[in-house]
Design a protein. Structure first.
Lengths: 280, 280
């Protein structure tokens, strides 16, 4: 139960799943169907845009967590999206929830799809941002894009998220700066960084997802809101259209002059659309 | 000729070498034997610590430049240290110099050694920092260390130079922050970043240097001042001792609780020692 209104001040808590402590933060409404946030490659609790968390938490109970082996959570990251989905399900059940909404971003959106396939009764609605279906175009290139953009960041004295999450237009550059500043707003009780070993294991899982056969997403009957920027280079934007086509009960929003971090760049619009979608 | 006193305000100039414009900045004394700065992997003009440039320029004419294919310079970077040395020699001669001092840092220190071997009469004295001899221990691991530290930077919301150039002690972390801030002091007329292609070619050249047979540095009769931090992970510190042993007319300074960027961390001490060495 939480009545904390701002992500910045939400304490990091731990929920044991079996023997393993899983790190999470809870904010927003004290009751109702919670919205579980599922995070991206390399990300820990502090990688969520506080505007998006606070925005959704204005109307919903929100839980952000580090899956097994990530950030301050114990255990080791598994090397498949399916195993990550099983870990997330175990965490959700350990918190006592029987029905949740999922907000999955990038890798988290892949994990969300598998959760809905494995445990359809657990999921009420899903928001999938900057993500794609198994076998989606260009997903097998995530490692390459990530390393090149890290290099680019290093050589230009910039955080690689400028390149990985945003366009390089004047507008994109300005918005990326604001996003990176927002990620540093929290100064106390910041999360532990993900280990390089866990990061590499995540890359392996994403690569396998990128080259595997697409699964039949028509079995996912829940309402799904898919969103992305129009110039996502990490999980290329055609994947978002592909998802919308494969998911029978979906709607789509594509943000202009925006990359992988489109929902962070357009956080006002995205939060309003997500709240409307969840309230319906 | 220059009477500009601060690196921050030194304009970027161009010297044609054959058909190729080479970018450089000149500050300090208007005459005397110039000190040519040779730069590190991935570096452009803006990667020099302004305190070190200004410190040496207080007593000497200083030239910093982008070798062929780097930053704003034209042409393509060659893939061997020897070819980089020939490019540097051509640039020095194009400026009309017949005798220079060299300050070579990391990759630039490798290039400096070859310049002294190829054109002994051109070099009066050398300062070699954070560098090693051909075949030096661990130099073949530079790519791996660089990529791991870039990843580490990305995952900890920090510039990878924190890890590549400094120790992770409380003192090292504080000094790295100051260094990175100094590199951003210049806001106008900043250099063009190095291309990823050029960076990869430099890595190839450094790797070849790391696995090649050591050359006979006893032929280098000039006075050489070798310096480094005591915990250099990029070009491991034993290389500095190795250099001092191989160079018949050398002296050595190792800075405590310091990494690859030891001369930047200890810029006051280093500048004083370098000036004393050059004045002798």
């Amino acid at each position: 139960m939480s009545t904390i209104k701002r992500f910045e001040t939400a304490p990091t808590q731990f929920q044991k799943v079996g023997d393993i402590p899983i790190a999470y933060r809870e904010i927003g409404a004290a009751s109702g169907v919670p919205v579980i946030f599922l995070n991206h490659l390399g990300a820990v609790l502090d990688n969520w845009d506080p505007r998006v968390v606070d925005g959704i938490a204005a109307k919903h109970r929100v839980i952000v967590f580090d899956n097994r082996g990530i950030g301050a959570s114990g255990g080791l990251t598994p090397d498949t999206i399916t195993a990550m989905a099983r870990d997330a399900i175990a965490f959700i059940r350990a918190l006592g929830f029987t029905q949740v909404d999922l907000l999955g971003f990038s890798l988290g959106g892949m994990v969300s799809q598998v959760i809905a396939e494995l445990e359809p009764q657990l999921v009420r609605k899903m928001i999938l941002a900057g993500t794609g279906p198994a076998g989606g175009v260009g997903i097998d290139k995530v490692t390459q894009v990530t390393i090149v953009d890290m290099l680019k960041g290093y050589l230009t004295f910039k955080d690689p998220k400028h390149y990985l999450f945003f366009t390089t237009t004047a507008n994109g550059r300005q918005e990326s700066g604001k996003f990176i500043t927002r990620l540093k707003e929290r100064t106390k009780d910041r999360d532990k960084p993900i280990s390089i070993r866990a990061f590499r294991t995540q890359l392996k899982a994403i690569h396998a997802w990128g080259v595997q056969q697409p699964s039949d997403l028509s079995t996912i009957q829940q309402p799904v809101f898919v969103a992305n920027g129009d110039h996502d280079r990490m999980v290329p934007t055609p994947n978002t259209f592909d998802l919308a086509k494969r998911l029978p009960n979906s709607e789509i929003k594509i943000y202009p002059d925006a990359g992988h971090g489109g929902i962070f760049q357009f956080h006002n619009e995205f939060v309003a659309q997500a709240l409307e979608f969840l309230a319906r």
